[in-house]
Design a protein around this ligand. Structure first.
Ligand code: SAM
Length: 279
């Protein structure tokens, strides 16, 4: 079956990279994983071989239908899996949900401990999908995701960097991000046009602020970054006054791209002065 471009289907075929990804994830027997877009099972098989329970969300009905067979064949051939892992049936530890991950309620899958997530994300929807996942932050203890390198660079950049912006701040307010390694186009079939990067995201154990303050921070950042090189007082006109900006120890003459994520939280909390921010 031909890869469906509109679903971002670039399948991992490089055994060394697959092993490197699995080693970085470090799955342990009995852990509960969610995988988005299992495709032909490149990550699904080694995860199951490590003895995890896994819920996979795949939008492509053909791939979803074929996956159990691919997994059975993959596990039978997998020399690193234990006899017990090889012989336990797919249905024991594996469930496939044929669904759109963008609309999927992941919290319904939680039973007991928070889940772990692994995904080679479809690049065309990776940003909205990440926010959908982080909105359900307490459902996941960590998320290992492969993304387009350029998007990964934006997520880990520092204030003042030319790619520091809305995405960097929105992500930093919700989780920590660790850049693991790059992956070249030749590791996939068909090869994508862009390089990829593997990231580890950990939702903050205690949210930095409540949902209303985070939403307000997103709003301030969205408006300010339409004019990233203008003074804050201009960028935030209509939302905050220069005096309000100065009231949280910021200079209203600074530019949006100079402000660290925590500073946006201080500005966002102005609308709700009872909110206590972490020191
Ligand atoms: N995990 C496989 C691998 O690494 O080879 C496939 C990765 S491929 C980049 C992305 C996968 O996500 C495809 O199987 C595609 O059909 C699936 N997909 C695309 N959009 C999706 C969506 N909205 N919800 C769930 N799965 C989706």
């Amino acid at each position: 079956m031909k890869a469906r471009k509109h679903l971002g289907q670039n399948f991992l075929v490089d055994g060394n990279i697959i092993r490197k990804i699995i080693a970085a994830i470090g799955p342990r027997p009995g852990e509960h994983f969610v995988e988005i877009g299992p495709g032909r099972g490149a990550l699904t098989v080694p995860l199951l071989a490590a003895g995890v329970r896994l819920d996979a969300i795949e939008i492509d009905t053909d791939l979803a239908r074929e996956l159990p067979q691919r997994i059975a064949a993959g596990l039978a051939a997998n020399t690193s899996s234990s006899a017990e892992t090889r012989h336990s049936t797919d249905s024991d530890r594996f469930r496939i949900h044929c669904a759109n991950a963008l609309q999927f309620d992941f919290r319904q899958l939680v039973s007991g401990n928070a889940m772990r997530l692994a995904a080679n994300l479809p690049y065309n929807i990776s940003t909205p999908l990440l926010f959908h996942l982080l909105d359900q932050g307490t459902a996941f203890s960590d998320l290992h995701v492969m993304l387009q390198k350029e998007v990964g660079d934006r997520m880990v950049s520092e204030p003042g960097n030319k790619v520091y912006g809305r995405l960097t701040i929105a992500i930093a307010l919700r989780c920590s991000v660790e850049r693991l390694f790059d992956i070249q186009p030749g590791s996939f079939r068909p090869a994508p046009k862009v390089e990829s990067v593997m990231l580890r995201l950990k939702p903050h154990a205690q949210p930095l602020a409540d949902d209303a303050v985070l939403a307000r921070a997103d709003q301030l950042v969205a408006q300010a970054f339409t004019m990233r090189r203008k003074r804050l007082s201009n960028g935030l006109r209509g939302l905050l006054t220069p005096a309000e900006i100065r009231s949280v120890d910021l200079d209203d003459g600074d530019r949006p791209e100079q402000l660290a994520p925590q500073a946006w939280l201080r500005l966002a909390a102005l609308a709700n002065p009872t909110t206590r921010l972490p020191e």
